[in-house]
Design a protein. Structure first.
Ligand code: NZQ
Ligand code: ZN
Length: 388
């Protein structure tokens, strides 16, 4: 049953090859001081930095540089960004980059004027912001996380080996996001395919929950079919605009809160993946890839009907004359073949995980209750061992 809900998404999206022009329309809505957050330098190499700074200057903005946001942004970087935002009295945080930069911008947005320790408040005690929030805008350069149209912000604490996401409310969602598919053309293949799998994982985390006749499930099957189709084209032709634009839009819809309506949602692959990331600093999408199949094979008996439906509706498995178990198993086998086609990481070992880390990774895994099976600690360890 869909149940009762209020639905809105406050992020305005500007999509397409001319999307950056809309920065001129957005900037006048905010004050003079813009904290320009970006990563390790890809935007300087591909020219996006110069284009953005030209537009900021033409709009009379003071640019406060905040470079060096790393993949899996850390608490130390967050604290540094908060200082910069306060000192420069930032009126807008403009994130130019992938999910890490967008997540970081949202964390700074809520934390810069927070009277408390942001890590403790938002990522340990999971409280809501009470102080001034600085608006965020995004120019997306890497596709996968959906951070451009949601309130999610994932921060890593290397000292305590924890990687934790806070889902902020409407006021921290980006006010606008600029999505130009050509900005993603310079991504290294490894990052491109990690993003592809991240999108698939976001959809599956929501799809594999509940057993109702739910509109969200039909939307997700459509998103998955579009994703599989377009990523296969993009693999061979990374600059195919149609394919890359479809993937970009699918990523946004996969995690902008729409398809979660009426779903309890699982998110255990992400909980395991985040804990792996906390220990290894591995690429997010690859942590999910290494865990997904052992996890789904483990919970399949508890959600058999849905795994059967997945096989038939997403992977075109012919059901005639087969048991539900066989059909469901064939669906996962087709998913495995697709993952190998993408070339994602299939084993945690490839990400630097060792046997000695398993207990610690299990300790750092939050066990959620929305999926087909609430895992015990022993099951967490077993899935990690099977993923090794
Ligand atoms: O730092 P630079 O030099 O910019 O290089 C980046 C980075 O090394 C590079 N890159 C980005 N755009 C590029 C490019 N290189 C060439 N050309 C371009 N156009 O790609 C690398 C990875 O970027 P990153 O932002 O880290 O990747 P992604 O978008 O996958 O973000 C990952 C982070 O988002 C979190 C993850 O946990 C991780 O911390 N997530 C956020 C979510 C959310 N907000 O809802 C949900 C996700 O499940 C995820 O947990
Ligand atoms: Zn993800």
């Amino acid at each position: 049953m869909l149940g009762n809900f209020t639905y809105s998404n406050p992020t305005r999206i500007h999509f397409g090859e001319n999307a950056l022009d809309f920065l001129n329309e957005e900037l006048p809505k905010f004050g003079k001081n813009v904290l320009l957050a970006y990563g390790g330098g890809s935007i300087r190499k591909n020219g996006i930095y110069d284009r953005v700074v030209d537009i900021l200057r033409a709009n009379g903005k003071t640019v406060l540089e905040d470079a060096g946001v790393m993949p899996n942004p850390t608490v130390a970087k967050l604290n540094e960004g908060c200082r910069r935002a306060r000192e420069g009295n930032a009126d807008l945080i403009l994130a130019v980059g992938g999910g890490s930069v967008c997540d970081y911008a949202k964390a700074v947005s809520a934390s810069a004027w927070c009277g408390d320790d942001p890590w403790e408040k938002f990522f340990v005690r999971m409280e809501e912001p009470e102080d001034r929030i600085i608006p965020v805008g995004c120019v997306l350069t890497m596709v996968g996380t959906g951070s451009e149209m949601n309130g999610g912000s994932v921060i890593s604490n290397p000292e305590s080996n924890r990687k934790v996401g806070h889902v902020f409310g409407d006021e921290v969602f980006p006010k606008f996001s600029i999505l130009n598919p050509t900005f993603t053309f310079t991504l290294p293949r490894h990052q491109m395919v990690a993003g592809f799998f991240d999108i698939m994982s976001h959809i599956l985390e929501q799809y594999f929950s509940g057993e109702d006749d739910n509109t969200s499930d039909y939307i997700m099957e459509g998103l998955l079919r579009s994703l599989i189709h377009s990523t296969r084209i993009a693999l061979n032709a990374p600059t195919d605009y149609e394919a890359r634009s479809n993937v970009m839009w699918t990523a946004t819809w996969a995690l902008n809160t729409l398809v979660a309506q009426g779903k309890s949602t699982d998110w255990m692959v992400h909980m395991l993946g985040h804990s792996v990331g906390a220990y290894t600093d591995a690429t997010h999408g690859m942590t999910l890839a290494a865990i997904s199949l052992p996890y789904y094979r483990h919970i399949l008996p508890y959600g058999l009907k849905k795994f059967r439906r997945y096989a038939v509706n997403v992977w075109d498995v012919r059901p005639e004359g087969k048991s539900d178990e066989t059909i469901a198993g064939e669906g996962l086998a087709r998913m495995e073949a697709y993952m190998k086609e993408l070339g994602v990481v299939m084993r945690l070992r490839e990400l630097g995980v060792t046997e000695a880390m398993i207990e610690g990774i299990a300790d750092g895994t939050f066990i959620l209750k929305g999926g087909y099976k609430v895992l015990s600690r022993e099951e967490v360890v077993k899935i990690l061992e099977e993923s090794l």
